[in-house]
Design a protein around this ligand. Sequence first.
Ligand SMILES: [Zn+2]
Length: 437
Amino acid sequence: MPAGRSEKTGTDFDALAASALARCDVLARCTEREGEITRTFLSPAMEECHDHIRGWMEDAGMTIGVDRAGNLRGYYADLELNEDAPRLIVASHLDTVPRAGCYDGILGVMLGLAMVEALDGRRLNFGVEVVGFSDEEGVRYGLPFIGSRAFIGKLLPPHLARRDADGVAMFAALDGYASAHPDVVSAAHHPQSRGYLEFHIEQGPVLEHAGLALGVVETIAGQSRAMLKFRGRAGHAGTTPMFLRRDALAAAAEWLVAVESAAAAMPGMVATTGQISCETGAANVIPGLVCCSLDVRHASDEMRHAAVQEFLATARSIAERRQIEVEHAIEYDQPAVGLDAGLIALADKAVLGAGVSPRHMTSGAGHDAMIVAARIPAAMIFLRNPGGISHHPDEAVLVEDVASALRAGLHFLHYFPDYLQNHLQRLTESEPDSCTT
Ligand SMILES: [Zn+2]
């Protein structure tokens, strides 16, 4: 028996993994711009991508539809071929950033499909719905997670009123999509959706550094975004002595190095200045005004908020010492999202079953799982990302890691009925006893 096959079922995980990757390559050719991968919300390239996946899903015995938010949905019915059986959702997104790699999002959908293929026609006592979300990156409307927001009923009127670069409102784009696809189904998730599983490349170097193929996401980090303005005094670079300067850029530089070392000393904290602009911006002028960004992420909202306050206090004390001014504006405060403890435990068993020792991780990037988790218990498994590069054509994944992910996926399917049973029991226990008066 070849090494890639399961002894119990004869499933050739290596072949299925290779096929999932080959499909990612096929889908990479569905692009809005020749020579790169760019695929946005409701675009013809997305339509083409759906056509490919639809064919593969049909061959795997699934029923397929697109919903009103442009999500592609394939259902693999349970033993009794019941549309209303409890179901597990396996999903990720099919859109990309401009000039993307092949795997961010797409691999998660291909793994969902490969899990169904690995069943080889065998039906379970629950349904499996594989969903390819229409938008996660937010490229067209500057609003991420359109697909998963619609899925949990959180695509709201202010979102729908947003306009793209051509002035097309989101509601108009969605209406156009629905008239072009008269058979669209409701975007809402099925009421029997009992669990959500998302596979995703890590988009970072942690698993590679640890020498692990897979990791189990425990929390999706909360995020703070602030803009700071350091206001000094512009002056002539040749005539102003060093002790009379109020150099805004030197102050900002001192501050961001201080933030870097402070964050490095706080476990699990990441803090970044990725944008900086400097006035006057001439080689012979002392900088008078510097604007820079601050992005802070952590699994604990309390620790993140405390860190942001500390970084701002550092900016104030540097400014005071250098006799310049500093002001800030908090632009964004997104709370951390903890995934479901029961499904995390199940993901641990599944990953262990695939021969990988389960490591819990915080996701520093946002994912559909964090949106869906508000309504459906969610779990997420990361795949090692060689080089830690994502949102870039060099994005990579190893075929043997994809095979391990698929093995973990099959173990997840195997254990899911236990989870359903326990979940049901918890629900019954928490219900008030209607007989007692
Ligand atoms: Zn993604």
